[in-house]
Design a protein around this ligand. Structure first.
Ligand SMILES: Cc1cc2nc3c(=O)[nH]c(=O)nc-3n(C[C@H](O)[C@H](O)[C@H](O)COP(=O)(O)OP(=O)(O)OC[C@H]3O[C@@H](n4cnc5c(N)ncnc54)[C@H](O)[C@@H]3O)c2cc1C
Length: 463
């Protein structure tokens, strides 16, 4: 296509998923337009200044940076790669006690923040899961609540609730076990998927029981925005970004192929313009797609999109006048009291001191938001949780900043809907955290872009 409003591919959204998609396609020679309704790039992957502190859109730690999908995309397509700092240790805080997260059987048996009886029962559960894996049981429909013993103490139930909300965005009743036995190696996974015997389970068993501390989790120096900045710098001239432009519709044309009706993407309309294109990559909320696609869609597809659920998160950023958190890493504050809030605490200026004024510390507190709680009450409860847990913080607060955000575009839950890279419309693909059930956040977004490329190759769509 050649005239000004015609592109090979149009990407909706300039967050990490959209930008990665645009980078790959434009580096393969496609003429690409990226459209975002906001006045900035990055979406949920952004950093900005608040009173001299560089806050991110929620605290971020990037996973699988040794051999995962983002690493693969960075190696192949980035001209400039951010500098990453190791995350360090995950600590668990329950009441007044703090311990490193138990990554192995040995650590788990010594993890005395939870009662010994519960830990023994949970070990038995872990072996039951390994058995289920070995006989090929589909764990995507088995929830944590289905397998854990009913008589666990309140504190252990809260610990499981924490993990399931932070890793999947849902409760233990809806959290599939398959999430917790996902293997970390990306390339070896691909190989294993082609093997028919139970070789993958050997790997999974190893990860589940021996695991070890994750050494592949990092933070980008300068803030999370550095990743999208690197993509922007790497975009070739045949990729254009239009900001402040809201997608109104994705246009579809029908034709007959070998007696079959085929619906294919032919362009988009925004609040500013109309464009023609061969391919659309959509990285917005998938549940909005049925309204955006101006064409009849299969009923099951629309129903699935409507069943997608999202969680909201609240992040409170505190600028502290002195360094209170001294360890490199983050803390998981598990609240055994139902009126408290589960919190993930990340002192980002420990990764990069330049994120805070000299001598100060920047700490992000990410909260899981209980349903139907008014914003004002939530903010009060969040601050109350912080200052009750660590009263020493209250006297050294220099800056407070709140963010209400949606971390993932779909909960990974047994009973809710989930999107896919493939759509019922030819040459319309979805990318982002709602399209692939692997890992989380940026890693999940990168998986989705690799899947999209793979699908385009299958569709012989010029890749
Ligand atoms: C509190 C918090 C903590 C997090 N922690 C981590 C972490 O530790 N590790 C990790 O890997 N991930 C983490 N994440 C998740 C991660 O930030 C997101 O999964 C990822 O950034 C999503 O990228 P995306 O491109 O798929 O979506 P988005 O960033 O949401 O981008 C979508 C873009 O599409 C645009 N758009 C939508 N609709 C339209 C329209 N109609 N027209 C034009 N443009 C449109 C939006 O403006 C947006 O820019 C966290 C997120 C939050 C909020």
């Amino acid at each position: 296509m050649s005239d000004d409003n015609s592109y090979d591919a149009i990407v909706i959204g300039a967050g990490i998923s959209g930008l990665l998609s645009a980078l790959v396609l434009s580096k393969k020679g496609k003429r690409v337009l990226i459209v975002d309704k906001e006045s900035f790039i990055g979406g949920m992957c952004r950093s900005y200044d608040v009173e001299g502190y560089m806050v991110d859109t929620g605290p971020h730690v990037i996973t699988r940076l040794d051999s995962g999908p983002l690493k693969e995309l960075m190696d192949k397509y980035f001209d400039v790669v951010p500098s990453f700092v190791p995350h360090g240790t995950y600590h668990v805080r329950i009441n007044e006690s703090v311990k490193p997260f138990p990554w192995s059987v040995r650590d788990w048996m010594l993890f005395d923040l939870l009662p010994l009886e519960d830990r023994s029962l949970m070990m038995k559960t872990a072996f039951d899961i390994v058995y289920m894996l070995s006989v090929g049981k589909d764990l995507s429909r088995v929830s944590i609540a289905d397998v854990v013993p009913r008589n666990l103490s309140r504190v252990t139930t809260s610990f499981l609730d924490y993990l399931s909300h932070f890793m999947l965005g849902t409760s233990v009743n809806d959290a599939p076990i398959s999430r917790f036995v996902d293997r970390k190696e990306y390339n070896r996974d691909k190989l294993n998927e082609n093997n028919s015997l139970n070789i993958p389970y050997v790997g999974r068993l190893y990860n589940l029981l021996i695991g070890g501390k994750p050494s592949d989790q990092m933070y980008p120096k300068g803030g999370i925005q550095k990743i999208v900045d690197s993509i922007k710098i790497s975009l070739p001239k045949n990729a254009h970004i239009n900001l402040n432009e809201n997608l109104i519709s994705i246009d579809v044309e029908s034709s007959q192929k070998k007696g079959q009706a085929v619906q294919k993407v032919c362009g988009i309309k925004t609040d500013k313009n109309e464009y023609k294109c061969d391919t659309v990559i959509y990285s917005g909320f998938p549940n909005e797609l049925p309204e955006i696609i101006k064409h009849d869609l299969p009923v099951e597809y629309v129903q699935n999109m409507r069943n997608i659920e999202q969680v909201k998160s609240l992040t409170v950023w505190l600028g502290l006048e002195k360094e209170v958190f001294t360890e490199q890493g983050s803390e998981m504050w598990v609240s055994p009291d139902p009126s408290g809030l589960h919190t993930w605490v990340v002192p980002t200026s420990n990764f990069d001191p330049y994120l805070a004024p000299k001598g100060s510390q920047l700490v992000g507190f990410a909260f899981i938001v209980p349903e139907n709680i008014p914003q004002r009450e939530l903010r009060d409860r969040a601050l109350d949780t912080i200052f009750t847990t660590m009263p020493e913080l209250e006297n050294c607060v220099d800056m407070i900043h709140h963010q209400e955000l949606v971390p993932e575009k779909a909960c990974w839950s047994i009973n809710s809907g989930f999107s896919d890279v493939v759509t019922p419309v030819k040459n319309l693909y979805c990318v982002g955290s709602s399209t692939v059930k692997r890992s989380m956040g940026l890693t999940r977004s990168a998986y989705s872009v690799l899947r999209m490329m793979n699908q385009m190759a299958i569709d012989r769509n010029g890749i």
